[in-house]
Design a protein around this ligand. Structure first.
Ligand code: ADP
Ligand code: ASP
Ligand code: MG
Length: 688
């Protein structure tokens, strides 16, 4: 015999019920089945409300409506009429507001299920749990009598393939209708299984088994594949609603496993509750139970095996302290469970914090991060790190942002307060913050920067900074200075460090210029000046956009790229041909825009000529290795054909082509602008 129990959400509507019927029919292929069901989701609550209401008609009609909708979806023709009539008959009793009104929900749901299975040709019998499951005068289930009743009832129907029994409801010692308590259908199923010595007891619900905590509170909860009767009972009684605690005993006393499964993912093996003696300590789950009277919540951590009590209590206390949660008293332990009581308004974060400590990757190493610069990048950094609670389990690290500051003396503070191995992040646009990097390294603090000005410095200084980092065993990472989150620098240094080295780097890396130039290609619906103004308004340019047009930013990037390729390039080694002639660089910004407007027809003419040739203009920074081993670095407008990786670029895309003796270059292309991208690149550098 197989006993299958389905909870309220598993039978909440016709679609869910159809899944239930599939599962039951599959089981019935193997063996005889007892199907125990709850009322349709929310029905018991609605009935209790109806019982209390002064004027319950509307609520009764609504509940009737839900049942009729299910019937209409499951049945047609005369079967539909019969099912509807049966349902209305039960509702005529409900309308009289009988005592124990909540007992009708399971009668309704199992009536529908049994009729549907019989319509499908199964031999079915509806078992009246009110008569079979009986309580003693002390209110406990009279197992002896109940087992006798059930086995007789089943024994009387040898040809029945599928028995259908309402969960939750029972008869008291005088035979009056009663219930087994809220959530009691699980208990009913366990009782039926024990009475019939079932080979299999499965409780089907809306989650894949008993999980390490309630997944609705903590999404990272995981299924517990196997758990002892005791631990399952403890989790249940301290609030894991997935199982009604009294359901454990009948199965346990028969040595019968209980398998908790997910109706909405039938292939998932779920949880097996059985007799087990863990030889090593195993943490099982965190549950919580509210006390609505005093507004507090008891949070319980359950384990199995030889648990080290003291350290568990210490870890619990530390986890709460780190999350800023104040417990109402010190955590304590009792019989394999560890408790703490908190105010109910912090119950969820308490559960999450204890769950994190005991069930999420435990070996996360904490990295303190001090951020200089609270502009867009600094803010994005804080936001991204905050969103995941600083936890980056794949990298095994937990980032803690100690402070974000734009104070000029911030480095002094970091030197005074930061622990060794912290990370100092420079996302400023300061010209001279790099002068403080060496003291940081000497103090054992790592540096990550997205500030190009900190790299495009005289080579001797650059080399000294790198040497100081190496000597102190610190890292100095700055991948975001070229191409933001693109793997540009890494690819260049990889190319430089192996085989033939890098023979040519070509890069279109000025976001501002790309934005303007690529916006100008093709349609030319906006004038050059309009595009430039827009780029300025969007914060893509320096205060005076001529600085960008002059190639200054591209120069810094080329210097950084070149040094990564092992070339000791200085500013003076780079030949820059600005995009516009020197006449544009004289006078005020106003004059500049005026001149651009005047020259617009000229620009258009030039673009038209290029279109005819199938070429486009791109502002390309390049470093070429000459035959004699020297290098030529230049930044200038280039005409590129359609076959060039630079031809098709949109918006703020960056393209870096690295040639290293192979026939084709490595081309890296992607978004090169944006505070979030930079922040992501910085995080990668921190975690690396
Ligand atoms: P059913 O109607 O099937 O009896 P319940 O609502 O009684 O279902 O129980 C299932 C619910 O229990 C889940 O949806 C989940 O939110 C809650 N729950 C609480 N603690 C746990 C836990 N540790 N593991 C799984 N589910 C839990
Ligand atoms: N329908 C009952 C309740 O809501 C029993 C159960 O679902 O287990 O409590
Ligand atoms: Mg339940």
């Amino acid at each position: 015999m197989i006993v299958l129990k389905f909870g309220g959400s598993s039978v909440a509507n016709a679609t869910a019920m159809s899944r239930v019927l599939d599962i039951v029919e599959k089981a019935a292929e193997k063996d005889r089945v007892v199907l125990v069901s709850s009322a349709i989701g929310g029905c018991t609550d609605a009935l209790i409300e109806i019982g209390r209401s002064e004027d319950p008609e509307r609520q009764i009609d609504e509940l009737l409506g839900r049942h009729i909708t299910i019937i209409n979806r499951l049945f047609t023709g005369s079967e539909r009429s019969a099912a509807t009539a049966e349902c209305r008959k039960v509702f005529s009793e409900i309308r009289c507001i009988p005592p124990v009104i909540e007992a009708y929900g399971e009668v309704l749901s199992t009536g529908i299920l049994e009729y549907k299975l019989s319509c499908e040709g199964y031999r079915t019998t509806w078992l009246d749990s009110r008569k079979l499951v009986r309580l003693s005068p002390d209110g406990q289930v009279n197992m002896e009598l109940t087992c006798k009743n059930i086995s007789e009832a089943v024994g009387n129907c040898p040809r029945t393939r599928i028995f259908v029994a309402p969960g939750f409801i029972a008869g008291d010692c005088e035979g009056e209708v009663t219930t087994l308590g809220r959530g009691g259908s699980d208990y009913s199923a366990s009782i039926y299984a024990a009475a019939l010595d079932a080979d299999d007891l499965q409780i089907w619900t809306d989650v894949p088994g008993i999980m390490t905590t309630n997944p609705k509170l903590v999404p990272s909860a995981r299924t517990i594949p196997e758990i002892s009767y005791k631990a399952a009972f403890d989790m249940a009684r301290y609030g894991a609603k997935v199982l009604y605690a009294p359901a454990v005993a009948p199965a346990r006393d028969k040595g019968m496993a209980i398998n908790i499964r997910n109706t909405f993912d039938p292939a998932h093996p779920g949880t097996v509750i059985c007799e087990r003696n863990a030889s090593e300590a195993e943490w099982k789950g965190v549950s919580s139970i509210d006390d609505p009277i005093d507004g507090t919540t008891l949070v319980c951590l359950t384990g199995e095996g030889p648990l080290a009590g003291d350290s568990a209590l210490r870890r619990m206390a530390t986890a709460l302290r780190e999350s800023g949660i104040k417990a109402l008293d010190e955590p304590w332990s009792e019989d394999g469970n560890f408790f703490v009581r908190v105010r109910s308004n912090v119950a969820r974060s308490t559960v999450a914090s204890i769950h994190r400590e005991f069930f999420e990757e435990r070996s996360l190493r904490t990295v303190d991060v001090w951020v200089a610069g609270d502009g867009a990048v600094g803010k994005a950094l804080k936001e991204i790190i905050g969103a995941c609670g600083g936890r980056f389990p794949a990298a095994g690290k937990h980032i803690v942002v100690k402070e974000v500051s734009s104070d000029r003396n911030f480095v002094d503070k970091v030197l005074a307060e930061a622990r060794r191995r912290s990370v100092f992040v420079d996302c400023t646009d300061s010209d001279d913050i790099w002068r403080q990097f060496i003291p940081l390294f000497n103090a054992g603090i790592n540096v990550v920067t997205s500030n190009r000005r900190s790299l495009a410095i005289p080579y001797v200084d650059y080399a000294a900074i790198k040497a100081a980092a190496a000597e102190n065993g610190c890292f100095f990472r700055y991948d975001t200075t070229v191409g933001n989150a693109l793997p540009a620098l890494q690819s260049v240094s990889d190319g430089a460090n192996c085989g033939d080295g890098v023979s040519l780097i070509e890069a279109v890396v000025s976001c501002t210029l790309n934005y303007i130039i690529s916006g100008y290609d093709g349609t030319r619906s906006d004038s050059f000046a309009t595009l430039l103004r827009r780029a300025q308004a969007e914060g893509l340019t320096e205060y005076d956009p001529r600085i960008d047009l002059g190639g200054r930013d591209a120069l810094r990037k080329l210097i950084i790229l070149s040094r990564e390729a092992g070339v000791q390039l200085e500013e003076k080694d780079v030949e820059i041909v600005p995009m516009l002639g020197p006449e544009y660089f004289e006078g005020s910004l106003e004059d500049f825009y005026k001149k651009l407007d005047e020259d617009e027809p000229q620009f258009i003419r030039r673009e038209d000529e290029l279109d005819a040739l199938g070429m486009r203009q791109r502002f390309v920074a390049s470093l070429r290795r000459n035959a004699d081993g020297s290098h030529k670095a230049e930044i200038r407008m280039r005409l590129v054909p359609e076959s060039s990786p630079f031809y098709w670029i949109s918006g703020t895309e960056n393209v870096i082509a690295i040639h290293s003796g192979d026939t084709y270059p490595l081309v890296i292309k992607g978004s090169g602008e944006g505070a979030r991208l930079a922040a992501r690149g910085i995080i990668r550098n921190i975690l690396q």
